[in-house]
Design a protein around this ligand. Structure first.
Ligand SMILES: NC(=O)c1ccc[n+]([C@@H]2O[C@H](COP(=O)([O-])OP(=O)(O)OC[C@H]3O[C@@H](n4cnc5c(N)ncnc54)[C@H](OP(=O)(O)O)[C@@H]3O)[C@@H](O)[C@H]2O)c1
Length: 433
């Protein structure tokens, strides 16, 4: 019997698409990864915006600017979408899935917004929808959650899922620099965009928390319930305080069970104890730390971005979809637990590190302490350092409700003796030290 030929179309030939086309066209890799007796992959088209741009890795005759027609080809087995953004990516994917064509995408924004609906559409038409590269680049965390941990009760997932912010915070830690120069260096090295807000304000990490939590817990909770605090308020003094106290500051995406049916999802900077595995994740690397009820703690670490690392995850998905195609089956979407509900971040308790600049005058400390007391936030330790006629106060609280800490900061900001509020950073697994 002739080996079946599976036709693959790729939309997008930028960082990821270009690397993928190169991997797909490498015959040695091909033989190594696809059982040639079972199936061969034939690249039938690569859609881009600008056909005139030089792309040595893409055979010229395959290039098209008509992505819609490529996605709608009836003889296509697998469509790879690596253009990013919501539209027109969503339309192309829906067009392919509704024809029974399997889809592989690296699109975190779209999967966070419409992953559940698109997975249902794929299932309805007997196709696969795989998106491993949408979270953590080369790290195989989604497959692990979907397959290896499918029978496990996941209690908590904490991820360093944004390489740009981890690069900036790592620089601030290793060079004792402030946020602005660390951001400028990240931009100069191509780790951060000219407009870095999607990364530094936590939007990108929130999209990944949405994707991870939907698989880890089987929820369809809307992404809007994920709260976001970015890293723009973190200063060199906070990093230094953390270092002295045995912590390192990381931007974490967190999704965790609260009681039987609650799920808390949030993105915020956190002080991670130096002995925690996440503390050792430096530079632009990503890592996802999973705590299962019976598995115990597990961690995946690796490059969360970059053309080749991301393309390896896309290629793995293409081969999975190809194997399914040959055996005439498709992956059934994960089940949804409709009893789960979103927990308000204000109701989550944690130890907090807070810093504020105050006038160095008698009575200020008593006034500040009074505000903490008004909201029932008790102070575990306090440090004062003087700068001219100002003083910087750094507090570590006992375990406190987040809403009470935010209310405390709000009231502190209106005290005449408080010049500015600095950082508000959770202490992970801090307990009361
Ligand atoms: N880069 C990473 O490290 C990384 C990591 C994880 C996930 N991802 C995800 O992978 C996806 C692609 O990222 P990337 O970095 O490869 O992006 P990129 O370098 O900007 O490339 C985008 C490609 O899509 C093409 N394109 C854009 N709009 C199009 C349209 N309407 N029709 C046809 N082609 C279109 C562009 O064509 P032209 O070349 O003609 O402009 C370009 O080839 C995104 O969803 C991203 O979030 C990327």
């Amino acid at each position: 019997m002739d080996a079946p030929v599976l036709r693959v179309g790729v939309i997008g030939a930028g960082n990821v698409g270009g690397a993928l086309v190169e991997l797909l066209s490498d015959p040695s890799r091909h033989v190594a990864l696809v059982d040639a007796a079972t199936a061969t992959l034939e690249l039938v088209g690569v859609a881009v915006r600008d056909a005139s741009r030089a792309r040595p890795e893409v055979p010229t005759h395959l290039i098209t600017t008509d992505a819609a027609s490529l996605a709608a080809r009836d003889d296509l087995d697998i469509l790879v979408e690596v253009i990013g953004g919501i539209e027109p990516a969503r339309t192309y994917i829906e067009s392919a899935l509704s024809r029974g064509t399997s889809v592989v995408t690296a699109n975190k924004a779209l999967m966070a917004e419409a992953g559940t609906q698109l997975a249902a559409l794929a299932h309805e038409h007997g196709a696969d929808l795989f998106y491993e590269a949408a979270v953590g680049g080369a790290i195989p965390i989604l497959r692990a959650l979907r397959s290896s941990l499918a029978g496990e009760r996941i209690e908590r997932v904490m991820g360093i899922v944004n390489g740009t912010t981890n690069f900036i915070l790592s620089k601030m830690t290793s060079e004792a620099s402030d946020y602005a120069p660390a951001l400028a260096e990240a931009q100069a090295l191509g780790y951060a965009e000219a407009d870095p807000s999607a990364d530094v304000e936590g939007f990108d990490a929130a999209a990944k928390v949405q994707i991870i939590s939907s698989l880890a817990f089987g929820t369809r909770l809307a992404g809007e319930s994920i709260t976001r605090e970015g890293i723009t308020g973190v200063r060199a003094v906070d990093v230094e305080f953390a270092r002295r106290a045995g912590f390192v500051i990381k931007l974490l995406g967190v999704a965790e069970r609260v009681g039987e049916t609650g799920i808390s999802r949030r993105v915020h900077p956190a002080m991670v104890p130096l002995e925690h595995p996440l503390a050792a994740v430096h530079g632009a690397m990503n890592a996802v730390f999973v705590e299962g009820a019976k598995s115990g703690p597990l961690m995946w670490l690796g490059p969360g971005a970059g053309g080749y690392p991301t393309a390896t995850a896309v290629l793995g998905d293409v081969l999975d979809a190809a194997r399914n195609r040959v055996s005439g089956r498709h992956d059934v979407p994960f089940s949804i637990d409709e009893t789960l509900h979103a927990i308000d971040t204000n109701d989550i308790a944690s130890v907090f590190y807070l810093s504020l600049d105050v006038l160095d005058q008698p009575g200020v400390l008593a006034a500040v302490a009074g505000v903490f007391g008004d909201h029932g936030v008790s102070i575990q330790s306090m440090e004062q350092s003087g700068v001219a006629d100002e003083a910087r106060l750094s507090f570590v609280t006992h375990v406190a409700r987040t809403g009470d800490v935010f209310a405390t900061l709000n009231d502190l900001a209106s005290l005449a003796s408080v010049d500015s509020i600095g950082a508000c950073i959770r202490v992970i697994d801090g307990g009361d030290r």
